[in-house]
Design a protein around this ligand. Structure first.
Ligand SMILES: NC(=O)C1=CN([C@@H]2O[C@H](COP(=O)(O)OP(=O)(O)OC[C@H]3O[C@@H](n4cnc5c(N)ncnc54)[C@H](O)[C@@H]3O)[C@@H](O)[C@H]2O)C=CC1
Ligand SMILES: O=C(O)C(=O)Cc1ccc(O)cc1
Length: 369
């Protein structure tokens, strides 16, 4: 799809996890200059230090005036503000403004009310990310094999749409076109509702833990897996949930029905209904795509018995680093004098996990997955 070398200037407003990952996809490509807009001097320093941009500026005008593409990758609640600010400027003819917000209906409606002469707005949402935030968490591989939704107005010229589509091929994501309201219904169900459930579940257990710390000590495995997304950025998620409020209120009513059904089958001690619920869920879940990066990405975990010797964790991290195996997280689960510690290593790529198993087994460690 991409034609070799696109001569252009790309301005990124909000160079965090998503904006920073986009910058890394574009930086260094022939003819491309990537400029980041920072809204505060402290943020300016942080962006500069990250090295993901060619240039950083505190001036909206300097970032935007001669840009060919402007990516708004700020929290959803700030998108409209920047659209309004850009609308006051004499932007370059043909400039395409896009956003990466997790909701699409409200920003598309806001853009419709603005009269951008010879400037175009196309809503966007890369459907990949993580619970981490900030430019330090950015990665050029974040969007690889993920879907990237674009929500152009029906009257959008194909040429303009194709320009953005072409540029996005640097992300190695698969671009799909979806209607904004339809996007919010679906993403509300598969991403926003699960985030609410994860947060509510963690807070429920945390309240039990106040009087009985064993809850926290024993909470591992499945609990940790299904609640990873509860560690997501509070401001980013405040804005997402408020922006998709109507959809989420409907989804939460349906969720209450699901909880009600489980309550009822337990009250009735209805084993058959429990089995049926697990069977039905299992058969749908088994059909979910495995290899494509989904919106809620899995971590690949392995567990290693480690003797309680000083420096052991550093040694394991060094071995993995030397073998260029990308480690996402490491955590000691149990460390007492009388038992070997258990070290959990988490990887974002299955291939990294498999190579780590091979390496660490070869080095004599007991590895379980
Ligand atoms: N976190 C995720 O996994 C995904 C997030 N998104 C969307 O991407 C957008 C950004 O989210 P993340 O990159 O995760 O957040 P982040 O917190 O990593 O990055 C946000 C960036 O915006 C900057 N920022 C905050 N307020 C600003 C303001 N008033 N003016 C200018 N810059 C400001 C911050 O300094 C930061 O660099 C959000 O709209 C979110 O809905 C989309 C896909 C995935
Ligand atoms: O961490 C995960 O698995 C996510 O679900 C990340 C995510 C967060 C917000 C989005 O709009 C898209 C993806």
């Amino acid at each position: 799809m991409r034609t070799e070398g696109i001569n252009c200037k790309i301005a990124i407003f909000g160079v965090g996890l998503i904006g920073g990952s986009l910058a890394l996809c574009f930086k260094g490509k022939p003819g491309i200059e990537v400029v980041g807009y920072a809204h505060e001097p402290k943020i300016h320093e942080r962006y500069l230090k990250s090295g993901v941009l060619d240039h950083v500026t505190l001036s909206i005008e300097e970032a935007a005036l001669d840009a060919d593409f402007i990516f708004l990758s700020v929290p959803v609640g700030m998108l409209n503000y920047y659209l309004q600010e850009l609308n006051k400027l004499p932007l370059k003819k043909g400039c395409i403004i896009t956003d990466v917000g997790s909701t699409k209906a409200s920003i598309t409606a806001a853009a419709k009310t603005l009269d951008f002469r010879d400037v175009f707005f196309i809503g966007g949402h890369p459907m990949a990310g993580s619970e981490r935030s900030g430019v330090e968490a950015a990665s050029p591989l974040l969007f690889e094999n993920a879907y990237y939704v674009l929500t152009p107005q029906p009257e959008m010229e194909e040429d303009v749409y194709n320009k953005l589509h072409n540029l996005l091929s640097y992300t190695r994501a698969q671009v799909i076109r979806v209607e904004p309201e339809h996007h919010d219904d679906i993403v509300g169900a598969i991403s926003h509702l699960p985030h609410i459930i994860a947060v509510a579940l963690v807070n429920q257990i945390s309240s039990y833990n106040q009087n009985e710390p064993l809850y926290q000590l024993l909470a591992a495995g499945g609990f940790r897996d299904i609640t990873r997304i509860a560690s997501s950025d509070p401001v980013v998620w405040r804005d997402i949930l408020l922006s998709n409020r109507e959809v989420l209120l409907r989804l939460l009513r349906d969720w209450n029905k699901q909880v009600g059904q489980f309550t009822q089958v337990l009250e009735e001690s209805n084993g058959e209904a429990i089995e049926a619920a697990f069977r039905e869920a299992g058969s749908f879940r088994d059909q979910l795509p495995e290899r494509r990066k989904g919106i809620i990405n899995a971590l690949f975990d392995i567990y290693i018995d480690v003797p309680d010797t000083p420096g052991i964790i550093g040694r394991i991290a060094t071995e993995l680093g030397t073998a260029r195996i990308n480690l996402s997280n490491m955590q000691i689960i149990e460390s007492r004098e009388d038992v070997p510690g258990i070290l959990r290593l988490s990887f974002r790529q299955e291939d990294d996990m498999e190579r780590a198993i091979e390496l660490l087994t070869h080095l004599g460690y007991t590895v379980r997955s």
